[in-house]
Ligand binder design. Sequence first.
Ligand code: ATP
Ligand code: MG
Length: 590
Amino acid sequence: MRLSALLAPTLREVPSEAEVVSHRLMLRAGLMRKAAGGIYTYLPLGYRVLKKIMAIVREEMDAAGSQELMLPIIQPAELWHQTGRWAEYGDEMFRLKDRHGRSFCLGPTHEEIITDLVRSEVRSYRQLPLILYQIQNKYRDEIRPRFGVIRGREFIMKDAYSFDRDRAGLDVSYQKMFEAYQRIFRRVGLETRAVLADPGAIGGDDTHEFMVLADTGEAEVVYCTKCQYAANVEKAAARVLSPEEPGDGKSVAVPPLQEISTPGVRSIAELEAFLGLPATQMIKTLIYKADDRVVAVLVRGDREVNELKLARALGASSVEPADAATVEKATGAPVGFAGPVGLDGLMIVADLEVPFIQDGVTGANKADTHLRHVVYGRDYRAGLVADVRFVVAGDLCPECGGTLASARGIEVGQVFKLGTKYSAALGATYLDETGQERLIEMGCYGIGISRTMAAIIEQHHDERGIRWPISVAPYHVDLIVINPADSAQLQAAESLYDNLWEAGVEVVLDDRDERAGVKFNDADLIGFPFRVVVGPRTLGEGKVEVKARVQDEARILPFDEAVRYLQEQIAPHVGRGGALVESRSCHPGI
Ligand code: ATP
Ligand code: MG
């Protein structure tokens, strides 16, 4: 392909709407254009990258024994009613009606439709296990589409679903997918971390997210600096220090409860300043609505409530902070003065750390009043003591006691043990050897293909542009002719071009009538792994200049050596389906 003919409109200006580097570079390098909020057109170079990622995903999914199929994007509402998700999905689902008034959605995910398929096609244990996957557009009317294709409303996903006879079979399928994901992300050049995640309403403990650590990530990941423990902050736990353990104080004799006047002092910060005591000594009391119940939630003054954990601890489907009127009704005091002492008739949930607060301070359930010398067990008790707070950097690892650190991450994939949630809702069963009917155990496994492309850029760029890993680069080599009007230069370049394609190297020929500087800048911006220059300085000696995008120095090589060198560099990164074949001719019209 000649760059003069390629639709690859690079931009010198930084588009103002783009907040993160991958979004800016995808627009500037001419990889994509916006069609509507969160909806993009992929231009030829961008689409080549996507096809390379998809080829790697296909190779690894096939190698892991899963089978590719294609499910419909438009899905009937009835199936979603059967699992209850037609209502649950809310505004994130794109809904439409056909000419007869029947309801459909644009698939945000495909558990319903694939379980429907399997319930009609699978009858016997002999047909299991089964792992099916597809690569297809997904539709989610995200409340805040942003960061380009990182959070789109139309995006490409690889989604796989496993079907097994029992839990042990599911464990095997899950492990297979987990390992395939590790290979996929390694091959596309991404450094990822598999972190424990919150399974949400589905329950169970087995789900991992594959995170690309990047400052612009929307997720927070907590990881141990000593062992392998890593979890999404929504899920992360920490070891609790009990008074018996070193680092915390010994039990001390605490004076009796004392009421103190604290006019207008509502927040923990104000209380710290007013009393000159640390937040770690305060029992922060928050009133929540959990489904239909009102509950009091206690955490240490310097902690924040993790509402996902709270919902799980209570078995509630939704929790939210109570409004002021509810707080006043429940505590008898205005907001800011709630405390657990004497809070009769209200369910009290205490975080694991709270009982260890030796000599606490908390609200007195009375305007402008707090209590001092509050002791768990003596002055109050909780109906439930559970982990309901957010873990923070510096906390102790729940597994090894090492120190936890935190980082931001982009979720590029997730593996999930669904169990029988969908097979039960839709009646997907099989007959075992004894003829007994059993529910199929399911897992689901997603990779955001388009998000992965952006995440690769987040990890591979510099101030000049993208630095594509060879395995996913739109082309491996940008072959620049300094002066295409000079027929010797052009002819030498065209013959090198042919030889490179012959050697399995994907190459574009920059024959544009532009200054050399413009061509070099575009080569760096688009991020081809190698740049080869045919120009007057080296052509006389029958040589070309070859430079890797990630290196500063160029090497001057004879034409045939350049081909050999590039072939050697590139071959190890091209998988069986990794190289994209196209019309190799650089001659227009052919
Ligand atoms: P998120 O928490 O980021 O919204 P999710 O957990 O809802 O994602 P899944 O249902 O697990 O997403 O989808 C599988 C994969 O699809 C994700 O790991 C992510 O890579 C990708 N993905 C999800 N939502 C989007 C989106 N709006 N735009 C691009 N990719 C997405
Ligand atoms: Mg997810």
